[in-house]
Design a protein around this ligand. Structure first.
Ligand SMILES: [Zn+2]
Length: 230
């Protein structure tokens, strides 16, 4: 998941998929290419499998997810399918909903399972797999979950407010559910353009046809699932 403030900068709106599957930036750090919906919707729609055991594979995945998320200034959450790995692991940065505060470093959750979700509210949504597209979705603002932490130890955690939104968005990815599916209509999805005074302006997707660079090249599987047609 991503925040929207940095996306107003033209260089971010002009983001293109990096070439090469894996780019070694420096020793020990592995930044993976993020799968974009417009390039490969099928990869993002596939359901991920749980880890049967916590070992080197899980540790490597957690490291890759963290490095890749840290490489995106506006990124606050990432799920394994977004780097083409269909295993149940996510990373999230807590504290992103606190204005002016730097979110926490990424924390990983392996095999997350929601025990209880409550307090649904309409809130901001956006995704690193949909550059330039934002939306309003309804998600729980309180989540109680269990899973494994990044050392493979049992974890039980409660997330509140926007942290719960981020965690819910990332767990959705593990089931092939994308934020466009959670929007009530295409009107709730928007791009950001600058008006003549240079002020950011929301343009709902139906009015932005042909202007959102993330439009899929192939027909969207979202429409087959009853989601908004993009
Ligand atoms: Zn996402």
């Amino acid at each position: 998941m991503k925040l929207d403030h940095a996306a107003w900068a033209p260089n971010r709106l002009g983001h293109r998929r990096a070439t090469g599957r894996i780019r070694e930036v420096k020793e020990k750090m592995t930044i993976r290419s993020i799968v974009l919906y417009r390039d490969d919707p099928e990869t993002l729609r596939k359901v991920s499998e749980p880890f049967q055991a916590f070992g080197p594979e899980a540790r490597r995945l957690i490291r890759d997810l963290k490095d890749t998320l840290n490489a995106h200034q506006d990124g606050i959450g990432l799920a394994a399918p977004q780097i083409s790995v269909h295993k149940r692991a996510i990373v999230v940065r807590e504290g992103a909903g606190v204005e002016g505060a730097e979110p926490e470093p990424p924390m990983a959750i392996v095999n997350p399972e929601i025990i209880q979700a409550s307090n649904p509210k309409r809130d901001f949504d956006g995704c690193l797999s949909f550059p330039g597209l934002y939306g309003e979705t309804v998600r729980p603002h309180a989540i109680h979950l269990r899973g494994l932490d990044e050392e493979g130890r049992p974890l039980k955690r409660r997330f509140e407010g926007f942290d719960a939104v981020v965690v819910h968005h990332e767990i959705d990815h593990l089931d092939g559910i994308l934020f466009i599916d959670r929007a009530r209509s295409a009107e709730d999805l928007y791009i950001i353009e600058l008006d003549e005074d240079g002020q950011p302006l929301r343009v709902p997707l139906p009015a932005a046809v042909g202007r959102w660079q993330g439009e899929p090249r192939v027909s969207s599987s979202a429409s087959a699932r009853g989601g908004p047609t993009l």
